[in-house]
Ligand binder design. Structure first.
Ligand SMILES: [Zn+2]
Length: 300
């Protein structure tokens, strides 16, 4: 599953070339990749042709390209979706489901190819609705965006890399919760952008047990955890995303980097980089939690 850094790498790659591009043709090779576009393929094509792509915006793991008329092209990458940019005439990529043919602001013919091996992802055109806090919809450093967000994403809270993310307000909300801290970190209604990998890595660095009741952690310690999580995400963005996911590719079709250093996630059986005790993995919410039983003790 791609996490925020992988999606940000895709977003930034698309933004460098697609902002201002005009859509002149759309080819649907597989209608299953439009499963979330409920009005059907013809409607999708009719809506998109003639549009100018205004920006490439991300909130958490969600990515969209605002169009005119309060609508946006939303890319759900799912487990296996990729968005590739190819010059016209570039050899076909296997499992290309949808091709959006554009003319860029520099006058180049450029194809946005939606490639999806397992069809877990999809594209859709969605209505934009006002953001609940009146701020821009999401992260888009290259182009200004309105205070609007695709309706299906509207319930997702701002992510840790969003300039409007409010550390103190979010920590105050976390303090009121009694569930385990990892469950809270993954609650997209509270803050977004942290998945399983980055939750385990952030908790390891902060020396907090994954099941520590959120409300039992001090305010300053929670602020420290938020700062650590931001740092972990930022470092991963710089490296182009993590990478465990072999499906993950950047917009040029290159696989992610496998070099990223991890201290907890997937490190079970190896010595903790801080104290040398063996990292453990415990079953957790149909997944796993990786932690150091010495550095990250559950405090009662
Ligand atoms: Zn340790």
């Amino acid at each position: 599953m791609p996490e925020l850094p992988e999606v940000e790498t895709v977003r930034a790659g698309l933004a460098t070339r697609l902002i201002g591009a005009l859509v002149h043709e759309v080819s649907i090779n597989d209608q299953r990749s439009l499963k979330r576009h409920l009005l059907g393929p013809k409607h999708f094509v009719d809506e998109l042709v003639g549009q100018q792509l205004q920006a490439v915006v991300r909130r958490g793991k969600f990515l969209w390209l605002p169009l005119s008329d309060s609508r946006a092209l939303v890319g759900h990458l799912g487990m296996s979706g990729q968005m590739l940019l190819r010059s016209s005439g570039h050899p076909e990529d296997k499992q290309t489901r949808i091709v959006i043919h554009t003319k860029t602001s520099q006058g180049d013919q450029l194809e946005l190819r939606f490639v999806d091996q397992r069809i877990f992802g999809s594209l859709a055109i969605e209505d934009l609705v006002p953001t609940s806090d009146g701020g821009p919809g999401g992260f888009s450093p290259e182009a200004a965006v309105d205070a609007s967000i695709p309706a299906p994403v509207a319930h997702i809270s701002r992510d840790l890399l969003d300039p409007l993310f409010d550390d103190k307000a979010v920590v105050a909300k976390i303090k009121q919760r009694s569930a385990g801290i990892k469950k809270i970190l993954l609650d997209q209604n509270l803050l977004s952008g942290i998945g399983n990998i980055y939750a385990d890595e952030s908790l390891w660095r902060a020396k907090i047990h994954y099941d520590q009741p959120a409300g039992s952690i001090s305010g300053p310690k929670l602020l420290e955890l938020v700062a650590i999580a931001k740092d972990v995400l930022q470092k991963s963005v710089i490296q182009g995303g993590t990478s465990f996911d072999e499906q993950y590719k950047n917009v040029n079709g290159k696989a992610g980097y496998f070099e990223q250093e991890l201290n907890a996630y997937g490190q079970q059986g190896k010595p903790c980089q801080r104290c040398g005790v063996e990292i453990k993995r415990e079953a957790w919410a149909n997944r796993g939690s990786h932690f150091c039983p010495n550095c990250q003790k559950l405090k009662r």
